[in-house]
Design a protein around this ligand. Structure first.
Ligand code: PXP
Length: 249
């Protein structure tokens, strides 16, 4: 099957803010990183405003909304506080993620199936305000069906397990997870959902996911910000973009 369209790269800039906050300084500035990412070919910028504000701050979101030329994908937990912030800014996209204070990163996907009614009510005003609502979930049929039922426009499939298996050399499990991601991308698309993917992707793991014809966007952060230490942000993003394009041919 031919790819359904151009594959977009969303660059997640959270960890520029993590470095800034480690010293309580004003630098490095995540908005400066976002502008460089735009120059390097990012199609969008992703930022996760966590409840504990451990990286991105409210002021960062204000400045992103003011300064970005590409769409903002605002990642947030399904809380009234975050809903109010999203409704104030009306970003292009809102990605609903599970959030636990004690986690180091977003560990799993959202339990949509168990909280269907609540989530349907939660996302309705965001969709009415014109935001594309994306739900971050595991590559699981039940969750995808529930995401479609609650009226989400997009599902973002969690690639963390696939990337972890790869890093740990558990290649059989990695390949099983990849097959699951591929099948579930096709399934989500068949239900009318736009399919995105992300979490933990690196130069070594991006191509097989980028090759799924139904996947329209990848959101990548931690690896790119890490690579930027060694080669600069613009070349790090350009190299990822190139791998994505190669996978798509
Ligand atoms: N997509 C979502 C929904 C996420 O929560 C994250 C991490 O914030 C990413 C993509 C990017 O993951 P990583 O930083 O590991 O590339």
């Amino acid at each position: 099957m031919e790819p359904l369209g151009n594959l977009r790269l969303g660059v997640n800039i959270d960890h520029v803010a993590t470095v800034r906050n480690a010293r309580g300084s004003a630098y490095p500035d995540p908005i400066r990183a976002a502008k460089i990412a735009e120059e390097a070919g990012a199609d969008g910028i992703t930022a996760h405003l966590r409840e504990d504000r451990r990286h991105i701050s409210d002021d960062d979101i204000d400045r992103l909304v003011e300064n970005l030329s590409v769409p903002l994908n605002f990642e947030m937990a399904a809380t009234p506080e975050m809903q109010a912030i999203a409704l104030r800014h009306k970003p292009h996209a809102v990605c609903i993620v599970p959030e636990k204070r004690e986690e180091r990163t977003t560990e799993g996907g959202l339990e949509v199936a168990r909280e269907e009614n609540q989530l349907a009510h939660f996302i309705a005003p965001l969709a009415d305000a014109g935001c594309r609502v994306s739900i971050f979930i595991a590559a699981d049929k039940r969750q995808i069906e529930a995401a479609a039922r609650i009226g989400a426009a997009v599902v973002e499939l969690h690639t963390g397990a696939y990337c972890d298996f790869h890093a740990e050399g558990r290649l059989e499990e990695r390949d099983e997870e990849l097959t699951r991601l591929r099948d579930m991308s096709a399934f989500a698309h068949s239900l009318g959902l736009e399919v995105h993917a992300g979490h933990g992707l690196t130069y070594d793991t991006v191509k097989p996911v980028a090759a799924f014809p139904e996947v329209m966007e990848l959101n990548i952060g931690h690896f790119l910000i890490g690579e930027a230490i060694f080669m600069g942000l613009e070349p790090a993003i350009a190299a990822m973009r190139k791998l994505m394009d190669e996978a798509r041919v």
